[in-house]
Structures are given as C-alpha cells and as structure tokens.
Design a protein around this ligand. Structure first.
Ligand code: ADP
Ligand code: ASP
Ligand code: MG
Length: 409
C-alpha cells in the first residue's frame, strides 16, 4: 500500500463527465489498495471568471477580497469531486484549505505555504477514505483566506505530498507529460521520459506553465517523487501502465537520461522592457512597489553615469513606467526613459550545457538566420535567455527546437 497524492488541473475538472472520469481513476487506485489524497483545481475558466467579476467592479480590487472570491472555484470542484467519488462507491470527504489547515503567510494573491496539518487527513486516510483538498488556497495567521498565485494548485499538491511524506505526487493535466517545449507552439515537441529537477525548475521559472515554479521548489526541498501525466486517457487503463506514463522529475542525472545538451525551450510571451538613459540609481522605487524586475543590463558611460535596461512582466509595465517618470522628476535625473511593451523572452535550458561549449553561438546564429534581432541576453550555468520582439517568439521557439534537434531522440 502506498500513499499517493493526485492533482487534477482545470481542464481535467472541466465538466461533469471529466469529474466522473477523475472519480473513476481515483477509485481504481483505491481498489488497488492505495491511500489517495486528491487536490483539484477550479473547473477551467472559473478562476478567470471570478477575478473578472471583481475587475468589473474596480480597476484596483483589494487583494484580500480577490482571494476570498478566487478561492471559491476550488471549493466547488472539491465538493463535486467528493460527490462523484461517493457515487463510485468510494468513501470520500472534501476540505478547504482552512479546514485542513493549510497555513500560509499573508501575501494575498501570491501567498506562500508555511505548513500543513496532517492529523485530520491521516485520520481519514486510515479510516479508508479518499481525502479531497482544495488546491490554490490556504489561511493566514489572522484567519484570512489566501491564494497561492496562478497555477498554485500544483504547489498545494506537492506541499500536501511533502507534509504527508507521500510515496508519489501525480500531477494529472491536459498533456501527457513535460515536453521539449510547449506542444501548442511547436508541433514537433517531444515528451521527455524524465527531466532533472534543476531543468524543471529553470523551465518553470522561465515561463513553462506546465508546473508552477513553487511546486518544483517544494519537490526539490522535500524530495517529493513527482510525475506529470495525462488525465485524458481512459481512467481505467491498467495501473502498471499509468504508473510508468508521463514524465518523472528526477533528482540525479542517471545513465538512462537522454544525453542532450539542451533539454527544453521555455518562453514568456508577455514581457516588457524599459531603458533609463543616464541615471544614477533607478531600481529602488520599482522594488518598493513590489514589481518583479527580471533581466537587468547596465552600461556605464565615461562620466560615471549609467544606462539601465530591465524587463518586467507586461502587466506591470505601465505601473513601472509611471513610477520611474515620477522619480525622474524628483531625484533620479535621468535624461530619458524608453519603453517597449511588446517583447518576449525565449530560453534554452539543459544541464548538458555545463560540459558543452558553443550553445550560445548556436542559439545566436539560429536566430540571426531567421532575421530575429536579440534585444537582451542573460545566461546561467544551465540556461541562456534572450529577449526578442514579441512577433518573432513562436518562430524563434520552432527554429531553436529544430537547431538543437529536440525533435529527435
Ligand atoms: P492544468 O490546468 O492541468 O494545471 P496548465 O494549463 O496549467 O494545466 O498546464 C498545462 C499546459 O502547459 C499544457 O496544456 C501546455 O500547453 C503547457 N506547457 C507549456 N510548456 C510545456 C512543456 N514544456 N511541456 C508540456 N506542456 C507545456
Ligand atoms: N485555479 C487556479 C488558477 O486558475 C489555480 C490552478 O489552476 O492551479 O490559477
Ligand atoms: Mg496549471
């Protein structure tokens, strides 16, 4: 008998039929003698719908109230799943984050999990119940409901698995694993049997939304065995087959790993770039406003003044620009501020880069051959990112995918 955590995303929970299929799959695992905790997301589109209602009422809605609203999507899907499980003859109970309790800090809309009480869950599991726990939410020390950031149900599931010392965390989604790049952008993308934790962390942080980055961090910190697999297969396929499907995140490179230099390509479509010409210091006011600054380049000129260029998520572009313009008038004294809200970031990721040279030159040559101008570059030990004009993003992903032969095993 193993203790397994299942996570089902929005598409996987997207209709009554899909919820019935989830219940059938969970019932199959229970019949095989396993203890199962299920963490569902809201039905697809529901979180956007709820947040959209708030946006209709206010251009700047209060984050506490946003969490109060957004968390309800998962409450509904959890209750529905418990009913579907009971209808399959499985004894099941659903809990919200505050009933479990999932403790978080008070950073509304992007809270961090601080701890999860396991007593109630273990009691139910030991009584033979399937336990359904809402994804995406928790409760802060003052008793306020919080949410974990978009895509946060992945993190709920891995954190629950860590707290329960589960044998495995299975992330069921609408693709059958982690691919060399988003299969919706590149039709030659190929599923990886395994991916190292480090590479998954980079891919997630550079824009691949198949897993929320914090879920990968949790998996690494607590060594949670995590697998990404499809929820859209026949729910009654043999367990042995299902257990080997999808993509396993591994903590060590082993001989069965593909010996590729590059394992995957990630992209972040909605970026923006700001350049401040001839200034002393600029990032203070941006940091104070809690805006995520990503890539930064700074060039020093002869008179000891500096040009800064940095990127921010496009959603924060206007706010960042307004703030800078305000502080320029007061104390920075920059000559000019230039902005470009239509850029994207494309990154190649692979632990093989450590032992291979020439990855950067191949990347730059490939983009140049496609006539794509590189606006910014940033590198780390296992990744190279470039900022380019948004209109070339998909072309860049496909060209790099081919150049690094990711379509071939
Ligand atoms: P869920 O609702 O199950 O959480 P998401 O939409 O959050 O699902 O994540 C799954 C999606 O991630 C896929 O449908 C796919 O378009 C996208 N994706 C991006 N990069 C990758 C990748 N490298 N491999 C697989 N899927 C990816
Ligand atoms: N329902 C939440 C969202 O749409 C959490 C999740 O799906 O993981 O972001
Ligand atoms: Mg997701």
């Amino acid at each position: 008998m193993s203790l397994i955590v299942h996570k089902y995303g929005g598409t996987s929970m997207g209709s009554v039929e899909r919820i019935q299929n989830v219940a059938k799959r969970v019932a199959k695992w229970m019949r095989a003698g396993h203890q199962v905790v299920v963490v569902p997301s809201a039905m697809s589109g529901e979180t956007n719908r709820l947040l959209g209602l708030a946006k209709e009422l206010s251009a700047n809605p209060n984050p506490r109230e946003l969490d109060q609203i957004a968390s309800t999507g998962e409450q509904v899907s959890s209750g529905l799943l418990a009913i579907a499980l009971q209808d399959q003859g499985v004894d099941a109970v659903s809990y919200t984050g505050w009933q479990v309790t999932v403790h978080t800090d008070s950073a509304f809309t992007k809270a961090r999990i601080m701890g999860i009480d396991d007593a109630k869950i273990m009691k139910d599991l030991n009584a033979g119940r399937a336990v359904v726990i809402t994804g995406f939410q928790g409760v802060d020390p003052e008793g306020n409901i919080t949410t974990l950031g978009r895509g946060g149900s992945d993190t709920s599931a891995v954190a629950v698995a860590a707290a329960l010392k589960a044998d495995e965390c299975l992330i069921y989604t609408d693709v059958d694993g982690v691919y060399t790049t988003d299969p919706r952008v590149c039709e030659d993308a190929r599923r990886l049997e395994k991916i190292t934790f480090e590479e998954m962390l980079e891919l997630a942080s550079l824009g691949s939304k198949v897993l929320q980055i914090r879920s990968v961090e949790f998996a690494g910190k607590y060594k949670v065995k995590t697998r990404v697999l499809s929820s859209l297969t026949d729910p009654l396929i043999p367990l042995e087959q299902e257990m080997k499907s999808g993509t396993l995140i591994t903590f060590e490179e082993d001989s069965t790993m593909e010996a590729a230099v590059i394992s995957g390509i990630a992209f972040a479509r909605d970026e923006a770039k700001i350049t401040v010409i001839d200034a002393y210091q600029i990032l203070g006011p941006i940091a104070d406003a809690n805006i995520d600054v990503d890539m930064i380049i700074q060039n020093q000129s002869v008179d000891a003044k500096t040009d800064f260029t940095f990127t921010v998520p496009r959603a924060e572009y206007q706010k960042a620009l307004d703030l800078l313009k305000k502080s320029v008038q007061s104390h920075i004294g920059a000559k000019d501020i230039l902005g470009d809200a239509k850029v994207s970031k494309v990154s190649v990721v692979g632990v093989g880069m450590r032992s291979h040279v020439g990855v950067a030159s191949k990347m730059f040559r490939t983009l140049s051959e496609e006539g794509i101008n590189i606006l910014m570059i940033s590198t780390s030990e296992i990744k190279i990112s470039v900022v380019i004009d948004e209109k070339y993003m998909e072309l860049a992903v496909r060209a790099l995918h081919k150049a690094f032969e990711l379509d071939q095993k």
